[in-house]
Design a protein around this ligand. Structure first.
Ligand code: DGL
Length: 264
């Protein structure tokens, strides 16, 4: 049987930061990207709603697309729902969780920031990662919904008020210990799409880390030995809210190799 594509899921465009790293690592693998635009944003929703959406959607998509591997390219969905969806799907699932471990390995000051969605930063999963991998660090957390919206706007070619970036960073820097913080974990997949803007808005140099390269390594490991049939099919982007109003996003999607855009 022909191996199926790698399926990525996020609420919006954020997961493209993960897809980019996986595509660079596995250039021959066919890719399908699903944006749950009908459920966007996840970060301001409750746990029950996010897990129900993600479990239902992944079940439908897995049946329809028959992927070789699923990547939940969203920290909010992964930290809330990974434990529920893994046992019920018959295909491997890779999650995206805050890169607290690499941040703790690199921090010189032992103060690290976690910038995610409001839902992600309150998850026990994040507290657990901090306890396991950053026990000797002070871990500051801040959730920013405007930063998620800024990434969506940027990819649509819309202007973004630069104050959004400075405010998100201040959410960490203004906390006790914030002045010592040297590393910021970009714990929402939308945020690496704003890496340049965040670096420019930082009042002093900060190192930003995210999980995309680790996820790409994990995918390559899990799919080791798979022979991808050539020629590679067009990259597909599926929007659960339909295709209306997507024209401004098309150039960005093409830039990520997603040339076939469809609704669900
Ligand atoms: N990209 C998502 C994440 O990694 C969620 C953004 C949202 O829908 O709020 O958390």
């Amino acid at each position: 049987m022909m191996p199926g594509p790698i399926l990525f899921l996020d609420s919006g465009v954020g997961g493209l930061s993960v897809l980019r790293a996986v595509a660079a690592r596995l250039p021959d693998a066919p890719l399908v990207y699903c944006a749950d635009s009908a459920g966007y944003p996840y970060g301001t929703k409750g746990e029950a709603e996010v897990s129900a959406r993600v479990a239902g959607l992944l079940g439908r998509l897995a049946e329809r697309i028959q992927p070789s591997l699923i990547v939940i390219a969203c920290n909010t969905a992964s930290t809330i729902a990974l434990g529920y969806v893994r046992p019920v799907l018959s295909v491997g699932v890779v999650g995206t969780v805050p890169a607290i471990k690499p941040a703790a390995e690199q921090s010189l000051t032992r103060v690290i920031g976690v910038l995610g969605t409001e839902a992600t930063v309150r998850q026990p999963y994040v507290a657990d990662l901090s306890a396991r991998f950053a026990a000797d660090c002070r871990v500051l957390k801040h959730g920013s919904a405007p930063l998620v919206a800024a990434a969506e706007a940027k990819l649509r070619g819309e202007a973004v008020d630069p104050a959004v970036y400075a405010e998100a960073l201040q959410g960490l820097l203004a906390q006790p210990g914030g002045q010592q913080m040297d590393i910021v974990v970009l714990a929402c997949t939308h945020f690496p799409l704003l890496a340049e803007e965040l670096a420019a808005a930082a009042p002093r140099p900060l190192t930003f880390v995210d999980g995309a390269s680790g996820i790409a390594r994990r995918c390559a490991h899990l799919l080791d030995g798979v022979q991808w049939p050539g020629p590679k099919p067009e990259g597909r982007a599926i929007f659960t809210g339909g295709t209306e109003g997507l024209a401004p996003l098309t150039p960005a999607l093409h830039g990520f190799g997603l040339t076939r855009v469809e609704g669900l």
